[in-house]
Design a protein around this ligand. Structure first.
Ligand code: FAD
Length: 288
């Protein structure tokens, strides 16, 4: 099922995802976090986009600050309720400030809209960007080793992933998972379906069980029972949760890397310490 063993090396792509903070204090903290993570020499950072474009200006503002600091940064983007005109304005602005990578998504419905807004599939956003901006952007799309919650079937979801890549996306980043076999099986099935682009595993650190359980339920990422039972057992002891989480995630990443993944994308949750520890454990910091 899995590909041949290779040694863990620093030539794999390394990327770190942030979300745009809501407060001034959050922005200040994020500045420190990205300075710390920059010492690990990632290939790029990315900044999420709120459901329905709800963080449009905030995402742009964080991306602008990061470009001014000389960082390589990929804004996440979805149509949300935007017109094609305002989408073009935003993309032009990104080009002006030197952005050349986008994570193209459908996104989810913002809560409280009662499902009134129409959602535009990520494939259509990829086609739109390619049509208007040619090859200016490196385009990443989302992939789901445990299958997107709204997909009709496993094979359908892979078919839709292939359609996004065929429309011009360069590579995919996965939803997080805690079961490496789910990722390996998924990549095998993608290859059998004719997908040749790299599929980068997205990795979530474990630092807070209640928050993680809530998130995972919503996005269809399964927490294996043995992990949830251990985490439940720690109660509010965050230090033990973090120590256990670091061990579990390091071991899973080691397995992914020795089985030839092309790199790793970390969901940082705007925290430097857990990611720094895991990246150093793995020897993935490029200047190490
Ligand atoms: P799509 O690829 O468009 O697929 C959505 C669903 O529709 C899937 O079930 C798919 O199988 C199905 N589908 C696709 N095409 C068709 C078709 N033609 N006919 C029928 N069904 C179809 N969310 C945010 O709001 N902001 C972010 O910044 C953000 N960043 C993310 C980053 C990564 C790496 C990942 C993995 C997810 C991210 N998400 C983000 C979550 C994502 O927006 C949601 O999972 C969303 O529900 C699906 O987005 P998508 O781009 O995968 O959608």
């Amino acid at each position: 099922m899995s590909t041949p063993k290779t040694s863990v090396s620093t030539s794999r792509r390394l990327s770190f995802e942030f979300f745009p903070p809501k407060t001034e204090a959050g922005h200040e903290k994020l500045k420190d976090v990205r300075a710390q993570l920059q010492t690990l020499s990632p290939d790029f950072f990315s900044v999420t986009y709120g459901a329905g474009g709800s963080t449009r200006d905030n995402t742009l503002s964080v991306v602008q600050k990061m470009k001014q600091e000389g960082l390589d940064v990929a804004p996440h983007l979805s149509f949300g309720g935007d017109s094609t005109g305002s989408m073009q304005d935003l993309l032009k602005r990104y080009i002006e400030i030197g952005v050349n990578r986008i994570v193209a998504l459908r996104g989810d419905m913002p809560s409280g809209t009662g499902g009134a807004q129409q959602m535009v599939y990520a494939k259509e956003l990829v086609s739109f960007i390619r049509e208007h901006y040619g090859d200016h952007f490196q385009l990443e799309v989302a992939a789901y080793p445990e299958i997107h919650p709204e997909a009709d079937s496993y094979d359908d979801d892979i078919r839709h992933l292939k359609a996004k890549l065929d429309a011009g996306a360069n590579s995919a980043i996965t939803q997080y998972f805690f079961n490496a076999d789910a990722y390996f099986h998924f990549v095998d099935r993608c290859q059998q379906a004719g997908i040749t682009q790299p599929i980068y595993p997205g990795i979530m650190p474990i630092t807070n069980y209640k928050r993680l359980a809530r998130f995972s339920e919503a996005c269809g990422a399964e927490i294996p029972r043995w992990i949830s039972k251990r985490l439940e057992g720690y109660g509010d002891d965050l230090a033990s949760i973090s120590a256990f989480g670091q061990e579990v995630i390091t071991q899973m990443c080691e397995r992914l890397l020795t089985n030839g993944v092309p790199g790793i994308h970390f969901y940082t949750m705007n925290q430097a310490e857990p990611i720094t520890a895991i990246v150093r454990n793995l020897g993935l910091d490029k200047e190490a």
